[in-house]
Write a protein that binds this ligand. Structure first.
Ligand SMILES: CC(C)(COP(=O)(O)OP(=O)(O)OC[C@H]1O[C@@H](n2cnc3c(N)ncnc32)[C@H](O)[C@@H]1OP(=O)(O)O)[C@@H](O)C(=O)NCCC(=O)NCCS
Length: 353
């Protein structure tokens, strides 16, 4: 590999997109040892710019091969102090200053946009314990200080605020067993609660109520010391997000639970399919409003959506999900469903001064 390299803003340069995607996937496969989190071009570049302003950079060798990637997300509708930064260098090109140069460019752009809080994630293929590990102030979960991303973040002044667990469930579930669990959860929930499911765009009748649930989701999940405030969702934003999924080639399965006496939705869960493989799907948000917790609604929702997944995507074999290590109620449901620990992430924060 030669020593000259250059940074490029992807902007409207569609010709640079494949190199960016290759850099992202090289880092993903190196970190995880598997390709479940690989991305396709449309999935990365079909993202919405209305609620998040996004910039992407790629570092290229002088022969045009990709060496590193960086992404910046600036929320526009809420949380306008925050900038999310993401930096990755392909393994063979590390230790040459590429990650630092990409990162410095993201910091400069964040400052120019008036952002004062940087957030970043590091990915980890296992949950380490003991010497050579670091725990966040929540005390839940640890990351290895030997991981290059952890070293990189610490040296730049980031603080580890939260650790998430990644868990994987083998699917499809055994049909009779899942039916039995569903019947028991429904019996505990009682007749006041009814589950509905759909795939793709949100039905018009639920748009406003889904906006309320998304707003609550943004702060009802544990956020540790992360400087995150409520997102503002309305029906239009829910529709925009549905359009975004379609553009990105991402399938979206939703289960909601209605409190029948008040005709309101009090919880939801969603599964995303990804364009690069039919084998792996992502268990996304799950929320049951506080005042309706403790009635097995979380379990009922997840089982309903997994049943829909088995019907619509029988080829799916693994469901992956992410949860804060301190989110014991959600982790308990996942463990009961059969999810097994499969690594995690560190969530980092830096205040720009
Ligand atoms: C973290 C990561 C982006 C660093 O990429 P990189 O290109 O190796 O970064 P750099 O070369 O700029 O810096 C890495 C180390 O090499 C050293 N370095 C910088 N320039 C160098 C040079 N010209 N020659 C040799 N070493 C150099 C730096 O001192 C740095 O050490 P430090 O982090 O302990 O300060 C890379 O390891 C990676 O992709 N990890 C997985 C993704 C990830 O975790 N990203 C999130 C980061 S918050």
């Amino acid at each position: 590999m030669s020593s000259m390299w250059t940074l490029h803003d992807i902007g409207d340069r569609a010709d640079l997109r494949p190199a960016y995607v290759d850099a992202v996937n090289a880092v993903v496969v190196d970190t995880w040892g598997r390709a479940d989190f690989s991305r396709e071009e449309r999935e990365l570049f079909g993202r919405d710019q209305r609620y998040q302003q996004r910039a992407r950079l790629v570092a290229l060798d002088d022969d045009g091969s990709p060496l590193g990637h960086a992404g910046l997300e600036l929320p526009r509708a809420d949380n306008t102090r925050v900038a999310y930064v993401e930096v990755g260098t392909v393994p063979a090109a590390r230790g040459r200053g590429i990650g630092s140069a990409l990162y410095d460019e993201l910091v400069a752009r964040s400052r120019r946009a008036g952002r004062t809080v940087l957030m970043a994630s590091t990915d980890h293929p296992s949950e380490p314990q003991g010497a050579g590990t670091l725990a966040p102030p929540t005390g839940a979960g640890r990351v290895s200080t030997a991981a290059p991303g952890v070293r990189f973040a610490l040296r730049r002044g980031f603080r580890l605020e939260q650790v998430e667990r990644h868990s994987v469930l083998d699917v499809p579930l055994e049909v009779a067993d899942a039916a039995g669990r569903t019947a028991r959860a429904q019996a505990e929930a009682g007749d006041d609660y009814r589950v509905h499911t759909w795939s793709g765009a949100t039905p018009a009748q639920w748009l406003d109520q889904m906006a309320v649930l998304h707003t609550r989701m943004s702060t009802d999940v544990p956020t540790a010391g992360l400087d995150w405030t409520e997102e503002r969702w309305d029906a239009e934003r829910v529709q925009d997000r549905d359009d975004e999924h379609a553009r990105r080639g991402v399938g979206y399965l939703t289960a909601v639970v209605e409190h029948v006496p008040s005709a309101t939705l009090v919880g939801y869960t969603s599964i995303l399919t990804v364009p690069h493989t039919p084998l792996y799907v992502h268990q996304d948000d799950t929320l049951v409003l506080r005042e309706h917790r403790g009635r097995r609604l979380g379990m009922l929702l997840k089982l309903a959506n997994l049943a829909r997944l088995a019907d619509e995507h029988p080829e799916a074999r693994r469901v992956g999900t992410w949860n804060a290590q301190e989110n014991s109620p959600m982790l308990a449901i996942n463990v009961e469903l059969g999810f097994r620990p499969a690594g995690g992430s560190g969530e980092w924060q830096l205040t720009l001064t």
